[in-house]
Design a protein around this ligand. Structure first.
Ligand SMILES: [Zn+2]
Length: 141
């Protein structure tokens, strides 16, 4: 049995939420999104995913220069080494979730810092005197 078949069997065995539970979850997500602070402006341009799902380099993200000069910065999160943070054996589910969320946020912040640094370096070398244009959300394409 393949891992995907194992996963399908596992997912099929999980209890299914009712329609009311699904709607309540959707409404809670909408409420949280509406109450969240607006995203900070960033110089990171919209990314491109140049490779399809089953390509050996699938998941690679390309951040082209906002001035369309042909330069781009690439990130490949799936190829980065992944280490779980240390989790105390006494941690309950909420504590585990908090530790994993902080770890994921730190990795995302590090990636954002690396991309912004590459863009600033590129602008200093290729577009001296110009500021990279800012936009509001760097995660969306
Ligand atoms: Zn450029």
């Amino acid at each position: 049995m393949s891992d995907l078949q194992d996963l399908d069997a596992l997912l099929a065995s999980l209890p299914k939420p009712s329609l009311a539970e699904q709607l309540a979850e959707l409404e809670a997500a909408r409420r949280a999104a509406a109450e969240a602070p607006p995203p900070e402006p960033t110089i990171i341009p919209p990314f491109v995913s140049p490779y399809p799902l089953h390509h050996p380099r699938a998941g690679l993200l390309r951040f082209p220069c906002a001035l369309n000069c042909g330069w781009s910065h690439e990130e490949w999160p799936a190829a980065e080494p992944f280490e779980l943070p240390p989790i105390p054996v006494t941690a309950d589910g909420a504590e585990c979730s908090r530790i994993l969320s902080e770890h994921a946020t730190a990795r995302e912040d590090e990636r954002k810092r690396r991309i912004e640094e590459a863009i600033r370096r590129h602008f200093a070398e290729a577009h001296a005197g110009q500021e990279p244009p800012a936009r509001t959300d760097w995660r969306t394409p």
